[in-house]
Design a protein around this ligand. Structure first.
Ligand code: SAM
Length: 249
């Protein structure tokens, strides 16, 4: 598929978008366009907001506090959100940044941190998580920025599942499962809504593993014979899901 505007910089903005709009940007995106990307009046950029698709726009005034843009034609229609949520035990900051960026690139619809017994990081910087998701979407031509959810405990997540998300299957990356053929376990899920769960560096406790395995909506899968670090496990699990029931088929 030819990508007409692939050389133009992309910017996520939290404002409605339509052809003909005259947009005044807030300080941070203005600074990004004028000071970081060093755009001049007349230069073009691709804008998207996660709702209205992507649009070509021209910088009409280069003020670094309030840049103004004129919105031209729509370049991509809005893509529907994916059926995949990503649930993970928070890990150390640098690896969490990487994990959030990769999960966004892999097309997840929501980022849902979960507190488990061996979770290393209790304090979560939600703004940083969101910024990493937006940056990954800008760089990878993704039109859906995943929603960032508040952390909850694994017990609460499981207890509320039947009431809040009964259709969704929970794909549990379990390094101790004997379900070694992930494709065979995933294929029957077809078009269902799913969530992929990755544990902390310290792994799930026996009690947590038992709790998860006891749930009818839970599908344990192995990610192979090697114990992967959590951020690597994220990429492997999401690739398995996208290639068996998602958009990598
Ligand atoms: N501390 C655990 C251990 O030594 O058994 C390893 C935890 S691993 C670093 C972090 C998470 O990645 C696990 O909780 C699991 O969700 C996932 N994971 C890593 N390797 C995996 C594998 N081979 N199969 C399934 N899940 C895996």
């Amino acid at each position: 598929m030819p990508r007409k505007h692939k050389t133009l910089p992309r910017l996520f903005i939290d404002q409605p978008l339509a052809t003909g709009d005259q947009l005044k940007l807030e300080k941070a995106p203005s600074n990004y366009l004028v000071n970081v990307l060093r755009l001049n009046e007349g230069d073009e950029v691709i804008l998207f907001n996660g709702q209205d698709g992507a649009f070509r726009a021209t910088l009409v005034s280069g003020s670094k506090k309030a840049a103004q843009l004129e919105v031209a034609e729509q370049t991509s229609a809005q893509t529907p959100p994916s059926q995949i949520d990503y649930i993970f035990a928070p890990i150390k900051t640098a690896r969490l940044d990487f994990m959030v960026q990769k999960a966004t690139e892999m097309g997840v619809n929501a980022l849902r941190p979960v507190q488990t017994q061996h979770t290393q990081m209790s304090r979560i910087n939600y703004d940083r998580m969101r910024a990493n998701a937006v940056e990954a979407a800008e760089q990878c031509e993704i039109l859906n920025v995943p929603t960032v959810h508040e952390a909850q405990t694994l017990e609460k997540l499981i207890a509320n599942w039947a009431n809040t998300d009964p259709e969704r299957k929970l794909i549990f990356a379990d390094e101790e499962t004997d379900v070694t053929d992930a494709a065979k376990a995933l294929k029957p899920l077809g078009q269902s809504k799913v969530a992929v769960l990755i544990g902390p560096e310290g792994g799930f406790s026996e009690a947590e593993r038992e709790l998860l395995r006891a749930q009818s909506f839970c599908v344990p899968i192995s990610l192979g014979p090697r114990i992967l670090r959590a951020d690597t496990a994220a990429i492997v699990a999401l690739t398995l899901v996208q290639s068996n029931i998602g958009d990598l088929r």
